[in-house]
Design a binder for this molecule. Structure first.
Ligand code: SF4
Length: 665
């Protein structure tokens, strides 16, 4: 039988613990006397090792001796502890994990904004106690989804209040998901912050997968460590032979001898040295077992492989310490300095290091090369972004979700959109709302799109901007039809003109102004009144719900020339009018735009004429008298002859007056 041991890649110190331990060792190297506020990690062996180097453990700043440096461990402390340290004027090294510090900031801000803080986690765990200590307002701690539900029943008003919802960084991921379901249903005003540390979730996920494949699972870590106990629970649920051991002396020798597939993981506070000792001891047990002697060589190689990956592979968290134009330097909690070149920070050729990060930022990074001689670890951020981004793309495809990205290139047949660090091809037919729209207009613009095709093997994705635009349009249309009614006024934009009217976009829906509705005057083409791109005010004249057609009105009632006639041109008014047309029975003269009056042939002159053209011509200006208006039939009668008669009468009257005057003399 060939026994196989698999060590989880995520086993051992997490970034935060590693960073805190290194900070303590640095202080020891600097010959400082160190006091840690509580054990620096939940590992008795490690704590004893540090004690032997002179590190003392205190439970409050008041116990710190003069000339000592107090170290705040990765769990963090309440705000009041910082104040105590300050008031005592102590030297302090803050090793609070940046992820925990971020939760402190989040809850402090929530309290500032009068939001209630809901924390899921163990209220007696130092990390949760620290988080509570940064809430200056109302807060609650629940340990699982049952308590969360119970709280909503006990305090129903709470569910309607604004809430910030956070979790202990090492909280069980599956329990967190159950809590989220309740929050989404019950605490409808909650803002959710997923504060579970990815190191924790990755470690838990990997442990579960490994335990499922193993007939014996060994979890290394201190029994007082919360994340180690959670790892044990997770593994124990799927592998009934799961053992929690603190060191190699706890190994269940007889069980190991009979196991085929042994999985090993370790809590965040298990030092690499203890993990190595456990693996060495397992090797001895298996090599001393008669059934596995033949496999000694394979087993040693396997162990070597495991340790190699444990030491160098994969992703690390790094805190930005220094920024130069071409690279940034990060603390990854190891002896070597971490460096990320600008080209490994982003794909954006225009971005600068200062645009992308600031000192103190925590970054998720991929180790590309470890050079012990130079004391450098070369890292990449963009590759981690792309890995994470690809997961987002796959998830978005499964959920038909809308993604946001920036168009970075126009290529043959379409455009490239970069979203979450992943390049997505959008074919030209899917890039714009209508065919023929210029693709170049999209360059450097942020767009929303959906994934319509994906090749997981080749990591290729094809997207559609059009699908999102269409959905937006449909939604707008739906809203429009709900509120549209005859007489409602809209401001729209003229989209196109035809010989019979103008089409106007009135907010996602097109309506048509018939040519007769554009002007009170007779016009030959809509372009005499409006042009494409003009903003116009229109009103709904008619709606055809079945066909989805909307008829629009444009010309205004107060500009109606018949109203003008009624008010300003009563019968008897003498007007200057232009001859605009001739017929055998008379001539038409324009009184005002939109109203042409008829001068009957009998009214053109004070004598009989054969035809209107004998006296008049088109374009000629004449003076005429309004003799009749029929508002119903929209007809106006004019007379030149009456004016001539009036003139004659006036002249006759003038003559008579002057004759009388002469007689009197
Ligand atoms: S588990 Fe995560 S949050 Fe907690 S100390 Fe480690 S890295 Fe920081």
């Amino acid at each position: 039988m060939v026994a196989k041991i698999t060590l989880a890649k995520s086993a051992g110190f997490c970034f935060g613990v590693n960073r805190a331990v290194n900070m303590v060792y640095k202080l020891i190297d600097e010959k400082k006397h160190v006091c840690t506020l509580g054990p620096i990690i939940h590992n008795t062996e490690m704590v004893n090792e540090l004690k032997a180097k002179g590190v003392s453990i205190v439970s409050s700043p008041w116990e710190v001796t003069t000339n000592s440096t107090v170290v705040i461990r990765s769990h963090g402390v309440p705000y009041s502890t910082y104040e105590e340290i300050k008031s005592l004027n102590l030297q302090c090294t803050d090793a609070t994990c940046p992820f925990v510090a971020k939760i402190h900031k989040t809850v402090a801000k929530a309290s500032e904004n009068n939001h209630i803080v809901l924390i899921v986690g163990d209220k007696n765990h130092p990390e949760v106690m620290g988080i509570q200590g940064h809430c200056s307002g109302e807060f609650y701690v629940v340990k699982n989804h049952d308590e969360l539900l119970q709280l909503s029943q006990e305090l129903p008003l709470l569910t309607k209040k604004p809430i910030y919802f956070v979790a202990q960084t090492t909280f069980d991921v599956s329990e967190w998901k159950k809590c989220l379901e309740i929050v989404k249903k019950v605490y409808t005003n909650a803002v959710i912050f997923d504060t579970i540390c990815s190191a924790t979730s990755e470690r838990q996920d990997e442990a579960k997968v490994l335990a499922e494949k193993s007939d014996l699972m060994v979890v290394i870590g201190d029994r007082s460590s919360s994340n180690t106990c959670k790892l044990f629970d997770i593994c124990n649920r799927v592998c009934d032979k799961t053992f929690l051991i603190e060191n190699s002396s706890d190994l269940p020798k007889n069980v190991i001898k009979n196991a085929c597939n042994i999985g090993v993981t370790a809590g965040a506070s298990a030092p690499a040295r203890i993990i190595k000792e456990v693996l060495d001891k397992m090797t001895d047990i298996l090599n001393n077992s008669s059934e596995t002697t033949d496999n000694e060589c394979n087993f040693a190689e396997m162990l070597e492989e495991n340790l190699k990956s444990f030491n160098t592979d994969g992703r690390v968290m790094g805190v930005v310490e220094r920024i130069t134009p071409n690279e940034i330097f990060v603390d990854v909690g190891r002896k070597q300095a971490g460096v990320v070149k600008l080209s490994e920070l982003t794909n954006d050729p225009n971005a600068t290091t200062e645009d992308l990060v600031k000192v103190g930022d925590t970054l998720d990074l991929l180790i590309m090369r470890t050079n012990d001689q130079e004391g450098m670890i070369t890292l990449s951020k963009k590759r981690v972004d792309a890995l994470k981004g690809w997961d987002e793309i796959v998830k978005a495809e499964e959920e038909n979700a809308v993604l946001t990205g920036v168009v970075t290139e126009v290529i043959k047949g379409g455009v490239i959109v970069v979203s979450n660090g992943v390049r997505v091809f959008i074919p030209a037919s899917q890039a714009t709302a209508s065919r023929g729209d210029a693709l170049e207009d999209l360059l450097k613009k942020e767009v929303n799109f959906r994934i319509i095709d994906i090749n997981k093997g080749r990591r290729r994705a094809v997207g559609s901007i059009r699908s999102v635009l269409k959905e937006q349009r449909d939604k707008i249309k739906e809203e429009f039809w709900k509120t549209c009614e005859i007489g409602k006024v809209y401001t729209g934009v003229v989209k196109s003109l035809t010989s019979y009217g103008a089409f106007v976009d009135i907010g996602g829906v097109d309506g048509m102004i018939h040519i007769s509705e554009l002007s009170w005057n007779r016009i030959k083409h809509p372009s005499e009144v409006v042009n494409v791109g003009d903003t116009v005010e229109v009103y709904v004249k008619d709606i055809d719900n079945e066909k989805g057609n909307i008829s629009l009105g444009y010309k205004k009632q107060d500009e109606n020339p018949w109203e003008v006639m009624k008010n300003d041109y009563p019968v008897g008014t003498v007007v200057d009018a232009q001859i605009v047309g001739m017929t055998s029975f008379g001539a038409f003269a324009r009184i005002i735009p939109g109203i042409d009056g008829l001068i009957h042939i009998s009214q053109i002159a004070d004598r009989r004429i054969e035809k209107p053209q004998d006296e008049l011509s088109v374009g000629q200006m004449v003076q005429a008298k309004i003799t009749a208006i029929d508002f119903d039939k929209k007809r106006v009668s004019l007379s030149i002859r009456e004016l001539l008669n009036d003139k004659e009468a006036d002249e006759a009257s003038d003559f008579e007056d002057s004759a009388k005057a002469t007689d009197a003399e």
